[in-house]
Design a protein around this ligand. Structure first.
Ligand code: ATP
Ligand code: MG
Length: 367
């Protein structure tokens, strides 16, 4: 069964270390995403698994078999690329049944598979259409159908939804996941879009500069980011700087710029140490007026943006820091520009990190 295991895999292009000592276990029948900014090495990782490039160091196993020396065509992998890689001179039907035919299946079997997968991607009506007669979303569904029809148990998808408009992209996320689950496939999906990886994946590996920073379920990455970068890259966070002014058991008091003290629960910090608080915008509570109390700060609404589902406030705090607060627009009473407000912090929802050695700005840099 196709689980995929990488052990200390490194791939260099001259001086560029595209993949830097990566170890990773993708389970059988898992929908797994490789997520990271442009140039972080996602495609290279996928090409290593496909056998299109070779590692300088390390081992790659597919279903317990060491495949370092196995050519791509013998790895039994389906591949979907970002650009629509259909054969332009073949109609949808011929594109989809190409795999089974090349494999030498008899005509009847190839046709059965073709009908099944076209049914799955809901393009049965268009089997006579040539790629240039199909929309981008349709072409990509045909590309997925073609990969599925080839019968591989392991599907590699490189930014398969990258070129599609937002609505089609959203719908296709669910469809692709459903199809791979229905067929019991292992899928490895490359994307730089964190919201896409969140909705489509069982687990995600976040990659930066060729290295894996954290692997976890979407919920784990969102709720328990292990680094400032992950808190920044997955979802959205406010970052407030301060230092540990006192420690009482697990409770830390962080003094923020300007002197406001926030009490949080956290271990592994020392008194006097520089700290960064990571706070999700939806965990902040804003109230009209100035009601200074524990774990609160005064501020002024500096910008409001109506986003449909949510209303988004930028609040200038009294210490001049800016925080973003997001509230459900149909539920909350809206606040006005320039309004004086109190921002309340929920200590149990704040994550505290040691101030990064290279500085906060560098840590947050996406490239
Ligand atoms: N064939 C190649 N020759 C030289 N350098 C390469 C080659 N392929 C990739 N690289 C370099 O390796 C690094 C990783 O590239 P890769 O294509 O894996 O990134 P990526 O995460 O897929 O980026 P994107 O999101 O932009 O597709 C980059 O610095 C890139 O320039
Ligand atoms: Mg890429």
């Amino acid at each position: 069964m196709p689980d995929v295991r990488l052990v200390n895999v490194t791939k260099k292009y001259g001086k560029i270390v595209a993949v830097d000592n990566v170890s990773l276990h993708i389970y059988d029948k898992e929908y797994f995403s490789l997520l990271g900014p442009s140039g972080c090495g996602k495609t290279t990782l996928l090409r290593l698994i496909a056998g299109l490039v070779h590692p300088d160091e390390g081992e790659i196993y597919i279903g317990n078999k060491l495949v370092n020396d196995v050519p791509p065509e013998d790895r039994d992998i389906g591949f979907v690329f970002q650009t629509f890689a259909l054969f332009p001179h073949m109609n949808a039907w011929d594109n989809v049944t190409y795999g089974p035919r090349v494999k030498g299946f008899n005509v009847k079997k190839a046709e059965t598979i073709g009908h099944e997968v076209l049914e799955m991607v809901k393009l049965h009506q268009r089997l006579d259409a040539y790629p240039n007669e199909l929309s981008g979303g349709m072409m990509q569904r045909i590309a997925v159908a073609r990969a599925l029809a080839a019968g591989a148990q392991l599907l590699l998808l490189d930014e398969p939804l990258g070129q599609l408009d937002a609505k089609v992209r959203n719908d296709l996320r669910y469809e692709i996941r459903r199809m791979t689950k229905d067929l019991g496939l292992t899928a490895i999906h490359v994307t730089h879009d964190q919201s896409e990886s969140m909705v489509i994946s069982d687990r995600i590996a976040v990659i930066k500069r060729g290295r894996i920073l954290q692997v976890g379920s979407p919920k784990e990455l969102y709720m328990a980011p292990k680094s400032i970068f992950i808190a920044h890259f997955i979802g959205e966070s406010n970052f407030l700087e301060g230092y540990v002014s006192s420690i009482n058991g697990k409770q830390l008091t962080i003094e923020l710029r300007g002197g406001t003290e926030i009490k949080v629960i956290q271990q592994n910090m020392r008194k006097g140490e520089g700290a960064v608080l990571a706070i999700r915008p939806e965990t902040l509570v804003v109230e009209k007026g100035r009601k200074k109390k524990r774990n609160s700060m005064l501020g002024i609404i500096q910008r409001t943006t109506f986003e449909g589902t949510n209303i988004r406030y930028e609040v200038k705090l009294e210490n001049q820091d800016l925080v973003v607060v997001v509230k459900p627009s149909m539920i909350e009473e809206w606040l006005n520009l320039g309004e004086k407000v109190t921002v309340n912090f929920s200590p149990e929802k704040i994550r505290v990190f040691a101030y990064p050695e290279a500085g906060l700005r560098e840590e947050l840099t996406v490239e």
